[in-house]
Ligand binder design. Sequence first.
Ligand code: PMP
Length: 427
Amino acid sequence: MTPLEFDQKHLWHPYTNVEKPGPTFIAKEAEGVWITLDDGTRLIDAMSSWWCMLHGHRNPTITQAIHDQLDRLPHVMFGGMAHDPAIELGQKLLEITPPSLQRIFYCDSGSVSVEVAMKMAVQYQHAVGHPGRSQFVTTRSGYHGDTWKAMSVCDPVTGMHHLFQGALSIQHFVPQPPIAIDQEWPEDPALNGIAELRAVLEEYHKQIAAFILEPVVQGTGGMYFYHPEYLNQARALCDEFGVLLIFDEIATGFGRTGRLFATDHTDIEPDILCMGKALTGGHISFATTMTNDRVAQGIGNGEPGVFMHGPTFMANPLACVAAKASLDLLDQTDWQANVTRIETALNEQLAAARDLPNVADVRVLGAIGVIEMDHRVSADQAHALAHDMGVFLRPFGHNIYCMPPFITSDDELSAICDGMLRLAREL
Ligand code: PMP
């Protein structure tokens, strides 16, 4: 059995049929934007390996930090112990996140950070005398992860809620924020989506702990960029109805949208903020959930007085040093200039897709480029063309998209755009 045959027979891949696995490459090594396959082929990672590989693969500063930490303290339990990597990362996070978010919970992955956020919200409401507030409101077309509570606030159709009926908690859905980021914001609540949010909060606020959503960019739910004013007004509504506001910045954090956080496109701060993916520059799984004093103290002063969560690998030192190194790199490099350069190239070069048949829309925000087709696009067919294009793209739903590492050169960006245009022509 070849290694690939073993993989196809025994290893489950994301969102695949284990009996009929899709086409798969074997990656041997990676450096910068390039992934090298077992046959020596080199592919540009236009996906930043599912949006996390901010500074490119195998960044020497990040790998060195992990190596050094590996020789000192690869792991220690966080119950009753603290360590410099967790403290130094915490200091750094407080510098760069909204000032009200002073309390940090380290966890393992994006989905877990969403679980933690939702649990914080419910425990807070319980602690401050609202035990009935245990449900959530969210937007249609959202995505927050694949664990149970996170899944309950994913879009009911793309998240296949019908399949898990009875097993998922009941939540409240409002329409996708209707005004796109580049449209003028209409003040009429009936047009800007705020009326629907108000209606749900008015009717159900006594059962709702928090409003959870991805700020500005809906990722997996459709790569859609909406107007930040929606979030400003949602904040006011949440305050009016005693509902917490949770921002899931797992996909948008660390410069991807052109601001350090998507929250920075707004005038407000959430009560709870989730981040993951690019937190470690993509080098090791890690996430955090940050909250404000109000929530932390509310939980602390209520029953049972402790926050009921504590994963084994909480604040793993290897992950903490990787995250600190990645954030220091962001400080030291002109990431904003790089994201603007990428945004300009994507805008210029993807514009040609507008003239192609079957293209529904072309949109760019920061280092995110999307060609939306009027039909579903096959990731397997894109995979088959990757060798030829020298570019690894993995479309989903109707969207052919890229999220390149910030270090992607102009030539590499052109290769990515050519690849996306080819997929738009051929798939
Ligand atoms: N929230 C958002 C917005 C995401 O994009 C993702 C992952 N695509 C998640 C949560 C889940 O993160 P993870 O896959 O690390 O569990």
